[in-house]
Write a protein that binds this ligand. Structure first.
Ligand code: NDP
Length: 334
């Protein structure tokens, strides 16, 4: 899947195209690279930033005319690296292609537990899961009985934050963009409550309805108008984990925040984080979450689109809320 050119505004399917060609299924002689077959690719909102010509960003832009990259679950076909051998399953940064030559394999995580679906390593057991874990537990230091609000709550990260919060003993409310998603939040992920933000004429009024005494923890996924309304509803000493602001990614000019003064008045701590800074804690996360999955304490919803050719539509679908749960592209099953 190739990026045609840098994108402005909302991305379109035609901003990407697919080419077929022949690759040699072997690592070049003397190289420490790893050749992988891509099984599942992860669609992530940050990939929109890579479609722009970024200067001084934390993340590298895609190169127009070259395959785009992203997180994926892969099988090692050939290896010049001592840490990996043929047949190993790994997750990490790969190309949006059937086979990828990974020249920095040190960044890959070996998959040791295969009693759970492999696709989970694109989300629950990969970057999204680590984001939920780091953002909620490490940034917000939650306590039993606290009130938690999550935006984009039915997505990859949000559905997990809500369930971690429930397991911690918090009161949890999420917002999402359709009735189907709100039903998922309440019935499948067992949030205490949920609402469709698109049907609320005044988000401040909506939040007051669900949090008459205020919000202790806000897990921020969307930014913009939602952040402004949340600021009016935070409790004194509330915490905000700024995970992402998807409502802003396609705007040429980011919206301003009007209620920032609340951070002073209510002594709110708002902290941004990047999941990459927490990857050293991945073993600790697995130790917590694998038993929860096996015991059925964590539910997980994926939206799997079939075939590499379905990738561009799946990726841009994130920005109109087309995905229900974690958006994955299945390239091959084994
Ligand atoms: P999701 O699975 O939640 O998919 C994105 C969802 O965002 C859509 O389904 C849609 O849901 C919602 N959305 C899209 N556009 C808007 C908009 N304009 N206003 C409000 N909601 C919108 O994605 P992830 O769970 O993977 O990511 C969630 C957030 O976390 C993103 O902001 C992402 O950038 C961030 N993130 C940050 C990381 C970090 O290291 N800091 C790591 C991973 C993710 P709906 O139908 O409900 O509107």
């Amino acid at each position: 899947v190739i990026l045609r050119d840098f994108v402005e505004g909302f991305p379109k399917e035609s901003d990407m195209y697919i080419v077929t060609g022949t690759v040699r299924l072997a690592v070049p002689e003397g190289s420490t690279a790893v050749l992988v077959k891509n099984l599942y690719l992860s669609c992530d909102p940050y990939m929109r930033n890579c479609m722009s010509n970024l200067l001084g960003s934390y993340i590298e832009s895609f190169k127009p005319g070259s395959p785009i990259s992203g997180h994926g679950v892969c099988k090692v076909i050939d290896s010049g690296h001592p840490k990996f051998k043929k047949g190993d399953l790994v997750w990490g940064m790969t190309g949006w292609e059937e086979y990828s030559l990974i020249t920095a394999p040190e960044t890959l995580f070996k998959i040791e537990h295969t009693d759970v679906p492999l696709s989970y390593y694109t989300g629950l057991l990969g970057m999204a899961g680590m984001s939920a874990y780091a953002g909620f537990f490490k940034v917000c230091s939650p306590k039993k009985g606290e009130t938690v609000f999550i935006s984009a709550a039915s997505g990859a990260v949000g559905q997990l934050v809500g369930q971690f919060a429930k397991l911690t003993g918090c009161y949890v409310v999420g917002s999402a963009g359709s009735k189907e998603k709100v039903d998922l939040l309440k019935n499948k992920f067992k949030f205490d409550d949920a609402f469709n933000y698109k049907e609320e004429p005044d988000l401040n009024v909506a939040l007051k309805r669900y949090f008459p005494d205020g919000i202790d923890i806000y897990f921020e996924n969307v930014g913009g108008k939602m952040l402004d309304a949340v600021l009016l509803n935070m409790k004194v000493h509330g915490r905000i984990a700024a995970c992402g602001m998807i409502s802003q990614y396609n705007l040429k000019q980011h919206e301003g925040v009007h209620n920032l003064i609340q951070i002073v008045v209510k002594q709110i701590r708002m902290e941004g984080f990047l999941v990459f800074g927490y990857y050293s804690q991945y073993p600790e996360y697995l130790e917590m979450v694998l038993p929860q999955i096996r015991e059925g304490k964590i539910a997980y919803v994926e939206d799997i689109s079939e075939g590499l050719e379905s990738g561009p539509a799946a990726l841009i679908g994130l920005f109109s809320g087309k995905n229900v749960g974690k958006q994955v592209v299945a390239v091959a099953r084994e």
